[in-house]
Design a protein around this ligand. Sequence first.
Ligand code: 3PY
Length: 250
Amino acid sequence: AKRKAIIAGNWKMNKTASEAAVLVDELVPAVQDAGCEVVICTPYTDLVTAVEKTKGTNIHVGAENVHFEKSGAFTGEISADMLVDLGVEYVIVGHSERRQYFAETDQTVNKRALAALNAGLKVIICVGESLQQREEGVTEELVRMQTKIALRDVTAEQMANVVIAYEPIWAIGTGKTATADQAEEVCGQIRKVIGEVYGEAVAEATTVQYGGSMNAKNCEELLSKKDVDGGLIGGASLKAPDFAVIVNAA
Ligand code: 3PY
């Protein structure tokens, strides 16, 4: 494919900084021959360790969230500039756990994506339907809407720094995985909506990942699909050998 496959780990709320140091030391040799882009998205408290320990390697570091304001009275929040200054390159925006537990909406996803892009970060924007929405047959409409709103005011030029991760909520942390055909279908729908907004060339160049219990066993089939350009990896990203299998399958 002409576009870049990206395998990104989403560590979620796991690993102290000391534990992160151990894991990154295991990851560096395990993924050094990757043919894809390799990203690890870690808790804020692990970022300094991750950036330091991956200097001069093929591993890129990302955060798991970012606030949309530049600075000010937002106790407990972290700005895009703060991440950039640390050497962080990526940030996940709109993971379903943030939508579900932290009142994230399509509108705040859009604000975070814009703030991150304007600061020079690359964003991994997560979209995906619940089990109920899938059963009601509104997956395509829902994912189209989430994608369109998340990208409002994002320029065609900035799309070079945008990754979309299709993460069906029913496949997150449940051990259930979308079938490769389901993943391919929705990733294709996402690419189609990007094409409607930005044109075919941008759509063809945009990395669209699948996420949701992708692991060392099921990665090969999922990654074989033409519209699945990598993965956002939960639990399996916390084990260096498993993460390496996924990276080497991409
Ligand atoms: C999962 O695989 O469970 C994820 O949520 C990846 O982001």
